[in-house]
Design a protein around this ligand. Sequence first.
Ligand code: PLP
Length: 358
Amino acid sequence: MQIKLFIPGPTEVKDIVLKKMSTPLIGHRGKEASDLQRSISRKLQKLMFTDSEILLSTSSGSGLMEGAIRSCTRKKAAVFSCGSFGERWYEMALANQVKADCFKVEYGQPTRGAMVDEVIKSGEYDLVTITHNETSTGVMNPINEIADVMRKYPGIVFCVDTVSSLGGVSIPVDELGIDICISSSQKCLGLPPGLSLCSISEKAISAAREVKYRGMYFDLLKLYEYMKKKDYQYPSTPSLSHMFALDYQLDLIFEEGMENRFKRHMAMANIVRKWANDNFKLFPEEEYASNTVTCIENTRGISVQQLNQILGMKGFAISNGYGKLKEKTFRIAHMGDITIEEIEELLAVIDEILKKEV
Ligand SMILES: *Cc1c(COP(=O)(O)O)cnc(C)c1O
């Protein structure tokens, strides 16, 4: 039986999009490859509301996150974390000998603008990382408020992880002043895992020029310069199969309409949040609850693992809590191409199970 995925990545992929992955291959040094990758870049600029160039990487999102913090930190990075994915950025800095400090809030809480201001006004930092949508806790950080603070510090490179929000929530990159906005294929974009992408500003490129050791595969400056010189091609062989699917999926996203897509995510979030409040409790404060994944506090002490096992027999999958939040919370993702009807169906099935079985 095929299991319908309500987990925060990978998400459901439409059959027609999946089929695009099996398009016969083309050479990656030909005009066709340039045309394909240029087309994707233009479409992603539209989705991200940006004039900055786009970089594509045959890796999951973590690759570009590591590339960003390593390639663009000259002095020291300020990593703001409200969960596991924020912390990951700090681990990447340490593993690459990039100087960094990590500023955490309690799980379930957001990173606030005032907190960012308080930290970066010291002048010690020249790069900031923010997790827009913290998938481990279901918190969506107040990116407008943070962007307002960042505007006061034009020398700092502003990096944002939008892995679990781009394609589900409006992220106006230029308006927010984001220098590097990173995402992955397998979440709200509704594609198989294995491809990541980012926007990269002139400021971020200038910063990278001042960094001597930027690594190799994820050297953002090298990727940028190669792409510019070689008409949207990349130094290594890219996953062209993903490119075919992404180019097509972006058309489908525009066909649905970006605003409609964002509204659908909001509507699904509202349904799941209401269900969570009626049956359990939302883990984050409602004001900061994510529009793409809902993290629910397990106030009834059910066995999440058992719930998921039974769901599996009925053809559905949700997620347990992440890391130390396992069994204490569980998560229902409503991202990508999942519909309102499918979310309602899932919740009805969970209701049935909770009535008698767990
Ligand atoms: C999934 C996720 C990541 C990791 O992305 P990969 O594509 O698995 O490397 C990073 N940040 C957030 C917020 C995520 O949800």
